[in-house]
Design a protein around this ligand. Structure first.
Ligand SMILES: [Zn+2]
Length: 92
């Protein structure tokens, strides 16, 4: 069965999306393909298998978000390449 999700008014197949784990600045530091998980909780379990580590991330304000492929390109890829605005801001 193909799972469909809605992001910003667009309905997309989940396997065309990406889950990311981002810090409080919105800086992504982990990502899994959309079809790896059916919910943000599941995606978080995939990214961070240990319960205690997940609890720590949640406490620190890190959260899982679902992005479209385009959003991933714009918002997450620069983070993984070390070229995002978040990091520039943190360094300033
Ligand atoms: Zn970033």
């Amino acid at each position: 069965m193909k799972l469909m999700v809605e992001i910003d008014g667009q309905t997309l197949p989940l396997n065309d999306c990406f889950w990311i784990l981002a810090d409080t600045n919105g800086c992504a530091f982990a990502s899994v393909r959309g079809d790896c998980a059916a919910s943000a909780e599941q995606a978080h379990e995939r990214i961070t298998p240990r319960v205690r580590d997940r609890a720590k991330e949640t406490k620190n304000g890190q959260a899982v978000r679902l992005l479209t492929r385009d959003q991933w390109k714009q918002q997450a890829e620069p983070c993984f390449l070390g070229r995002c605005e978040h990091r520039a801001e943190a360094a300033a």
